[in-house]
Unconditional design. Structure first.
Length: 269
């Protein structure tokens, strides 16, 4: 792959580089929790000072694994479904999930789409659409014949509440029988990011995250017409005994639901 300058990405688009770096750094470890060789190749093909982001960690890889788990469950019963990856950034999920039958629509802003098309391998069942996830016209490009799975990995936290709920309501109306997978952040982290900013290093502060959502608020989603069910995706096992035990406790305890911001599956019926 050629080395491409990625220093033009800013604001939320720059987080695509952050999550790529985190996932590739984890995949490159001898004790990696995720297998993602394409992420390593992609990261090394971009001219960018990743030290700008500070220390690498496994949280982004754990999130990717949670999305993979939920996606595979849907695809087990609908192997020819269309997967719509909203604001996909520089994720490589298609190559981890491809079963030889799925169709994939990657929706993102034009600068990201250009990088993906220039650097990632061509695939017959993978299409790109340069469009905002909030422009609901992307739905017109989706073949829902064999089922629809929509992923919003690392997206909703950067939107406001009304935009998120309007998008979920539109998906529920358009894709009965489909599913949406999304993650979020807890209330305090959202508040702190908007008030003070989250500094990952002396050079980089993450964009504000105005939308928060925790596991005690599923009733709000169930009130949306067309939403049939909502459930949590279990946290994958991470590296390290302390992390694994702590995560298992947090995800088992009903008392911690109001603090827990899990990966969520919304079923449309």
């Amino acid at each position: 792959m050629p080395v491409i300058d990625a220093r033009h990405l800013t604001a939320v688009s720059e987080t695509a580089l952050l999550t790529l770096h985190q996932r590739a750094s984890e995949a490159a470890r001898p004790d990696a929790i995720i297998e993602d060789p394409l992420a390593i190749t992609l990261r090394d093909s971009l001219d960018y000072d990743y030290d700008h982001f500070g220390r690498a960690h496994q949280a982004t890889a754990l999130r990717a694994l949670a999305f993979d788990i939920a996606s595979r469950r849907y695809l087990e019963t609908r192997p020819r479904a269309t997967v719509v990856a909203l604001a996909e950034g520089l994720q490589t999920s298609y190559w981890r999930l491809d079963n030889g039958e799925i169709s994939w629509l990657s929706v993102d802003l034009d600068p990201i789409v250009r990088l993906r098309q220039e650097l990632l391998p061509d695939a017959d069942r993978l299409r790109h659409l340069a469009r905002s996830a909030l422009d609901h016209s992307w739905m017109d490009q989706v073949d829902a014949t064999n089922g629809v799975l929509i992923t919003a990995e690392g997206l909703f936290q950067y939107l406001d509440h009304d935009a998120v709920f309007d998008l979920i309501a539109a998906c529920a109306a358009e894709f009965p029988g489909g599913q949406l997978i999304f993650d979020s952040v807890p209330r305090y982290l959202s508040w702190y990011s908007c008030r003070h900013g989250i500094r990952l290093s002396k050079h980089y502060t993450a964009p504000p995250m105005p939308f928060s959502f925790t596991a005690d608020r599923y009733g709000e989603l169930l009130a949306i017409p067309g939403v049939h069910a909502v459930r949590e995706v279990e946290m994958p096992a991470g590296r390290g005994r302390i992390l694994s035990r702590t995560a298992a406790f947090v995800y088992r305890s009903p008392r911690l639901r109001r603090f827990r911001a899990p990966t969520n599956v919304v079923e449309f019926g």
